[in-house]
Design a protein around this ligand. Structure first.
Ligand code: CA
Length: 227
């Protein structure tokens, strides 16, 4: 799950980033309107945490822009302004939630989880492919009910594929989704190959009936067993 924090206040931005990274989110940050605008143009996020008062513009205009692009990124507005107008306008523009500052990080994490859960198709918490099951909230993967211990990146890769079975995924797109922005511009994708090799071996050893197949020169796809 990839989150973009748009917040100009450095200490708050760092606190939020640290809290989210501890919860295994991939976190990107932007400190200004211009920086945020560039990130949004180039990348998509599972959720955007959006400060309204930025030094070079209003977060509400960024929200308008995101919605005009018809993107599916969830947005939670984070604002110190004790203004009902901002809240109403933000929600009318299509924000998923509104969190007034100051807030406790536990509150932020709870709101984030709730928005992400609502955003998932059917609100289901477990994804399955054949005898393989992935519980998003518990960060747990099982084959026929037996747990398969995965490292963080292996889990993130598997989650990405289980959200889009049978879709051919370019290795650069995968790198960006799991490692963060700019990983897609890496000189080589050795880090992707290495993690993928370990993940595929663990799935095979556990007896998973679904398989992540490699498509030479392009990327990978998760193939569930035929029924
Ligand atoms: Ca601000």
């Amino acid at each position: 799950m990839k989150i973009l924090i748009i917040e100009d206040e450095p200490s708050l931005r760092e606190v939020m980033q640290r809290a989210l990274e501890q919860e295994r989110y991939v976190v990107e940050t932007a400190a200004t309107f211009a920086e945020a605008d560039a990130k949004i143009a180039g990348y998509s996020y599972d959720c955007i945490l959006l400060d309204i008062m930025l030094p070079d513009g209003s977060g509400l205009r960024l929200l308008e822009h995101i919605k005009s692009l018809r993107r599916r990124d969830n947005v939670i507005i984070i604002s110190a302004r004790d203004s009902l107008d901002d809240k109403v306008e933000g929600l009318e523009l299509g924000a998923d939630d509104y969190l007034p500052k100051p807030f406790h990080t536990a509150e932020l994490l709870a709101r984030l989880r709730s928005v992400l859960r609502r955003g998932r198709s059917g609100g289901e918490l477990a994804l399955t492919a054949g005898n393989l099951s992935l519980d998003v909230d518990k960060a747990r993967v099982t084959v026929d009910g037996r747990e398969v211990p995965l490292l963080k990146k292996e889990f993130d890769i598997l989650l990405y594929f289980m959200q889009r079975p049978n879709h051919l995924v370019d290795k650069a797109v995968l790198a960006e989704a799991v490692w963060g922005d700019h990983a897609d511009q890496a000189d080589n994708f050795q880090f992707v190959y290495a993690q993928m090799k370990n993940l595929r071996r663990k799935m095979a050893d556990a007896g998973a009936t679904a398989e992540i197949k490699s498509v030479y020169g392009f990327g990978y796809k998760l193939v569930p067993p035929e029924r």
